[in-house]
Design a binder for this molecule. Structure first.
Ligand SMILES: NC(=O)c1ccc[n+]([C@@H]2O[C@H](COP(=O)([O-])OP(=O)(O)OC[C@H]3O[C@@H](n4cnc5c(N)ncnc54)[C@H](O)[C@@H]3O)[C@@H](O)[C@H]2O)c1
Length: 442
């Protein structure tokens, strides 16, 4: 490890994944060059600005430390890939809206720049989440074509996917176990040695296809589990039960004599919808290559259930209106939360967007509040004034502190709460005169 300062790590893509990874390698003593196509982002990063605006424990302090050391800089000059001993690719990998197939425009552009400039003996690592077979069908061919070199002979190649969540970026990179899928066993070994500098979790060596399936598979697992929880919520609503209580009892299924620490059943949280860059698209990545052969049913169905939840929030709102006798055209609504996750500024694929479209379609007057998003950052108390309903989409801590009496003072009579994240207490809300409807608890 003492030689780290002689080695250069190039990080391609300085977003939620690439930027914290860059900071950690710089802190471990490597010379780190970050590459991005956004000139403004490059400029701001060189000034030491933290690009991630949500609550991100430890990141500000780490940035400060790295800038004191002076071994990180960002650039959009792709020819500098030639300086790197290791190149980590962490660009976005969305799917197209019309057919849910990976688009890979960013990944292909990144690979082209890397391939054109990389030096012999370099190790190229893909951290982006990719569909199984992408290392074989996209990554390796582009790098070999652009460089004129051969993977496993002239350069090393691996897929080492991330397991991180906004709000826990550094913690997750440092302490989670990781799979290292090498194009060759030697590639996996080299990458494992490199990551030991920043990852304290176990680094498990395997091949590329296994690593690709593991990553897309574990996010799909989450998506399917969340869809199950959401369907349970819909069932509980119809049965007149409370899904949150049901979940608590299910997750308490244990034998008192059992020494295993984990619960035997682990039902996920239901809610107002699933967002972020990853979960809504990784299921499509997982099935992409073999979709026509397997014709999978569970995974696409789970996707549709989760996509339905913001529309279900609207259904709950319609039911609440029936209860308090107000008309859609007469009400003013405040939507709470635009980021997809609590206390984060990440609004990619946010479920709030389809809800807003539904409100617009129905000609309903509404405003959106979110302290983490510039466009929607306004005084919450002021925004509550004159509203007939709140529709809570994101579980930001700020909303947990809302006081019923304060809300009653600001809002119109017979106010409505539609709770997508179980932030309010149904009984208390009703005792205080609200019409309350929560996902899985109406
Ligand atoms: N965000 C997460 O929580 C998370 C977790 C695990 C895995 N992932 C995966 O990691 C990858 C990156 O996700 P992210 O959230 O960091 O995305 P992001 O959009 O935050 O960051 C990607 C960055 O790459 C840059 N970029 C795009 N094309 C480029 C190019 N040709 N050269 C250099 N830079 C380029 C973009 O400008 C952007 O700054 C995705 O595949 C994602 O699925 C993300």
């Amino acid at each position: 490890m003492s030689d780290n300062n002689k080695k250069t790590v190039g990080i391609c893509g300085l977003g939620y994944v690439g930027y914290p990874v860059a900071m950690l390698f710089a802190d471990a003593g490597f010379n780190v060059i970050g590459f991005d196509i956004l000139e403004d982002r490059v400029k701001r990063l060189n000034e030491g600005e933290n690009p991630i605006k949500g609550q991100e424990p430890g990141l500000d302090e780490l940035i400060e430390k790295v800038f004191e050391k002076g071994n990180f800089r960002a650039t959009f000059d792709m020819s500098e890939y030639s300086l790197a001993d290791y190149i980590i690719i962490a660009v976005q990998t969305p799917v197209a809206e019309e057919n849910r197939k990976p688009t890979y425009n960013n990944l292909k552009a990144a690979l082209t720049s890397v391939g054109k400039n990389m030096k012999k003996g370099v190790t190229v690592i893909v951290e982006s989440t990719i569909a199984p077979c992408t290392m074989k069908n996209v990554v390796k061919p582009i790098l070999e074509k652009e460089s004129g070199m051969v993977a496993g002979k002239d350069f090393y190649l691996a897929n080492c996917p991330e397991r991180l969540m906004p709000g826990h970026l550094l913690e997750n990179i440092r302490y989670y176990n990781r799979v290292v899928g090498g194009w060759t066993p030697e590639s996996a070994k080299i990458v494992k040695e490199l990551y030991k500098n920043v990852v304290q979790g176990e680094l498990q060596e395997t091949d590329c296809i296994t690593a690709e399936i593991v990553k897309a598979g574990e996010n799909t697992y989450r998506d399917v589990q969340i869809a199950f929880a959401n369907e349970m919520a819909l069932l509980c609503e119809a049965y007149g039960s409370n899904v949150w209580k049901v979940r608590e009892f299910i997750n308490n299924c244990k034998k008192v004599t059992d020494t295993r620490p984990e619960a035997l059943r682990q039902m996920h949280f239901p809610g107002a919808g699933v967002g972020g860059h990853c979960i809504p698209k990784d299921s499509w990545l997982l099935i992409h290559e073999v979709r026509d052969i397997v014709n999978p049913k569970l995974i696409p169905t789970a996707r549709y259930i989760n996509d339905f939840m913001p529309l279900h929030m609207f259904e709950l709102f319609e039911d609440a209106l029936k209860e308090n006798g107000k008309k859609m055209k007469d009400v003013n609504v405040l939507v709470l939360g635009y980021a997809y996750d609590a206390n984060s500024d990440d609004d990619r694929n946010t479920p709030t967007k389809p809800l807003m479209e539904k409100l617009k379609e129905n000609g309903i007057k509404f405003e959106v509040h979110d302290s983490y998003i510039k466009e929607y950052k306004e005084d919450l108390k002021k925004m509550l004034k004159g509203k007939d309903a709140i529709i809570l989409m994101t579980g930001h801590d700020e909303y947990k502190g809302l006081d019923y009496n304060d809300m009653l003072k600001q809002m119109n009579e017979k106010p409505i709460i539609i709770d997508g994240r179980n932030i309010f207490n149904k009984e208390e809300a009703r005792e205080n005169g609200f019409v309350y409807k929560g996902v899985g608890n109406v």
